[in-house]
Design a protein around this ligand. Sequence first.
Ligand code: 48F
Length: 257
Amino acid sequence: MEEKISGAIVDSFFTKLKECLSLDVAVVGAGPSGLIAAHDLALAGRKVAVFERKLAPGGGIWGGGMLFNELVFRKNALEIASDFNIRTTDAGDGCYTADAVEVAAALIFGAVHAGAHVFNSVSVEDIVFKDGKVCGVVINWTPITRLEMHVDPLVITAGAVLDGTGHPSEIARKAADKAGVTLDTPTGKVMGERPMWVESGEASTVENTKMICPGLYVSGMAANNVSGGFRMGPIFGGMFLSGRKVAGLIAEGLDAR
Ligand code: 48F
């Protein structure tokens, strides 16, 4: 039995990994925007995998505001919440709350059930950049990267890469710093996030959700950070709308190839 258990895990895992060596879309970061994008793209029949550095997918969802595990949405995000069967409570003044654990669980389940594979404890440490285009990601186990072990990574090729890494926008930075790409921002570089301004931040997160250079898209707080938007704290509608928007843009981009 002992051998059977280990064999079953090894066989299933490597079947899954092998299937994902070449993807339509590689999503970096399993925060709300990345999970929603993965869900929508997988549901539309695209081959999608999400690579998440931490053991638990969900990004900034779990902690709510200052560890009070409730999130806030406005009306414009309720349709997406309902697609994932997330229950919301009317808190007045156009605000709705949802239990952070329910939101994280619903988005993770939704993405995986739609057909996206989530690889947790896997860090994206670089991009594949060929002929002026981002066309894949370079991955390694997070413990290997954290322990700074001298172990070479593996490579995943993809028709499109989504930077859903949140505030640090790590993948867009790699494109700008290592590949020397001019990003589609006012300065051509990663501009960095500005301070708190909820209304502006929510709107600009969605506006700044786009293809930032050939093959590379940004969503959520990564989109905000890249284009110098304001931060917004524990209100999540912008993240939901950004995830849905970027899925549409990526699908259009893949169809146009
Ligand atoms: O930050 P995060 O939750 O992504 P998001 O979709 O949502 C932001 C909100 O949670 C919140 C907010 C709302 O107003 O401000 O912060 O922008 O999740 C990003 C995920 O990416 C992972 C990271 O561990 C987190 O779970 N991540 C970051 N860099 C890498 C990565 C990397 N290089 N490789 C793999 N995963």
